[in-house]
Design a protein around this ligand. Structure first.
Ligand SMILES: [Zn+2]
Ligand SMILES: [Zn+2]
Length: 426
């Protein structure tokens, strides 16, 4: 067990307990952690646990401040654009409403969910469950479960990068100004990310019920599957498989994600097929003085490169082309490894999986750039940007690759090795 000292010395407040790694299925004993310390899996390096200062107060304060900033971000002008004396000011909400009015309802709903509804729900959920740690409230477990399910779909950080990309694209043609809401949004983004950093997931579940310890401590070093145990995907409690449901949070528990490889492959094939029209269909249409240019993802990148906007061209190339293609290829490779015995790349493949799982959502940046440009560049006959069908198809590609990574069970990469080690143990 490796634990990283943060330099903060506070008394330890939890007793040592067994945990089951969700990525390699190794049962291990957590050391006593002090505030600021974290524990990683001794075999695959996955973060198992960490202790935070003031596990109730700090997340509530950050979440409440973040929500306040989100309200402010919706009240004032967001970004202004001035083309030859014609000024157009967009609000934060225009990113969804303009798409809706342009008959891109699905894209409008997705953008609204990613940058407004899900982040707001997450912050309200944090406040609710943290207050629930002090005073018993209804629906605590359900709220915590939904919070962790929705967390990867909150894309405020990607939206912020999208704004910067949109600025670089537009600054050649117009004067861009930022309003009060823009600064409120930047603060909202920072506070939102900080809220998740200061949540002590362990303390949260401990306040609901102590982690069940169905086997004695000397079983550490064995694997979950050999002991007929599984880790709860929601609260990380160790659950004997004959129980079927976690005794602490009620989540259905199975040894491995059922039909994991089939589900992952189905999502990957869908993503691969959709990736073709996503690149062929125009992602947006730019109308300028009566002439119209439809641009696909690739032609947009080439145009930016020709305009000399090299950093933005590289960012979009990485996010919209390299990341999805590499992610799909890597996920196919992981499915191949998981279904073939005798491979020795457990550690490498687990780390690659964690990387592609984390980086995949960043591909959404180009879709959010289209939402920003469509809301901002509105000058009747002079100039306008309109979303194209490619944007919703590409958003679907990103969503399906995210679902593919979520359906994949990384423990499958370790199962053959685990079986061999158990056999050697006798
Ligand atoms: Zn592990
Ligand atoms: Zn549970």
């Amino acid at each position: 067990m490796s634990d990283l000292e943060s330099g903060v010395t506070q008394p330890a407040h939890a007793s040592a307990e067994l945990v089951l790694c969700r990525h390699c299925d190794l049962l291990q004993q957590l050391p006593l952690l002090s505030v600021g310390q974290e524990a990683a899996c001794s075999r695959c390096g996955y973060l198992l646990d960490m202790r935070q200062k003031d596990p109730v107060l700090r997340p509530v304060l950050y979440a409440a401040s973040s929500l306040f900033m989100l309200v402010l971000a919706n009240l004032f002008p967001f970004i202004g654009m001035d083309v030859a004396g014609n000024v157009h000011i967009m609000s934060f909400f225009d990113t969804s409403s303009v798409l809706f009015n342009e008959h891109q309802q699905w894209l409008a709903v997705l953008v609204w969910l990613f940058i407004q509804a899900i982040p707001a729900f997450c912050m309200l959920a944090v406040i609710y469950i943290k207050l629930g740690m002090v005073r018993r409230v209804r629906g605590l477990v359900w709220t915590a479960r939904v919070l962790y399910m929705l967390k990867p779909w909150s894309m405020v950080d990607i939206f912020l990068i999208g704004i910067l990309v949109a600025f670089v694209k537009l600054v050649v043609y117009a004067d861009i100004s930022v309003g009060m809401s823009f600064w409120a949004f930047c603060l909202f983004c920072l506070l939102h990310l900080r809220t998740f950093q200061v949540i002590d997931r362990h303390a949260l579940w401990e306040s609901i019920a102590p982690a069940p310890q169905p086997v004695p401590a000397d079983f550490a070093g064995r694997t979950g599957v050999s002991l007929n145990l599984a880790s709860c995907s929601c609260c990380t409690a160790i659950v004997p498989l004959e129980q079927k449901h976690c005794g602490r949070c009620g989540t259905k528990v199975t040894a491995r994600i059922p039909a994991s490889l089939q589900k992952t492959l189905a999502w990957l094939v869908t993503a691969t097929l959709l990736y073709i029209p996503a690149n062929l269909l125009p992602i947006m249409e730019t109308v300028s003085l009566g002439s119209s240019i439809q641009s696909t993802i690739i032609s947009g990148i080439i145009l930016m490169w020709q305009d000399g906007a090299y950093p933005v061209a590289i960012v979009i190339l990485l996010a919209s082309v390299v990341v999805p293609v590499v992610k799909i290829a890597v996920m196919f490779w992981l499915c191949y490894l998981a279904s073939h015995s005798g491979h020795k790349r457990q550690l490498l493949s687990t780390r690659v999986y964690l990387l592609v799982d984390w980086i995949g959502r960043w591909s959404m940046v180009d879709v959010l750039v289209v939402a920003i440009l469509a809301a901002l560049v509105r000058f009747d006959l002079l100039m306008g940007v309109y979303p194209g069908m490619g944007a919703i198809v590409f958003a679907t590609v990103v969503i399906t690759t995210m679902l593919a990574a979520m359906s994949f069970d990384p423990r499958l990469l370790w199962d053959q090795r685990n079986k061999k080690e158990e056999q050697q143990r006798g």
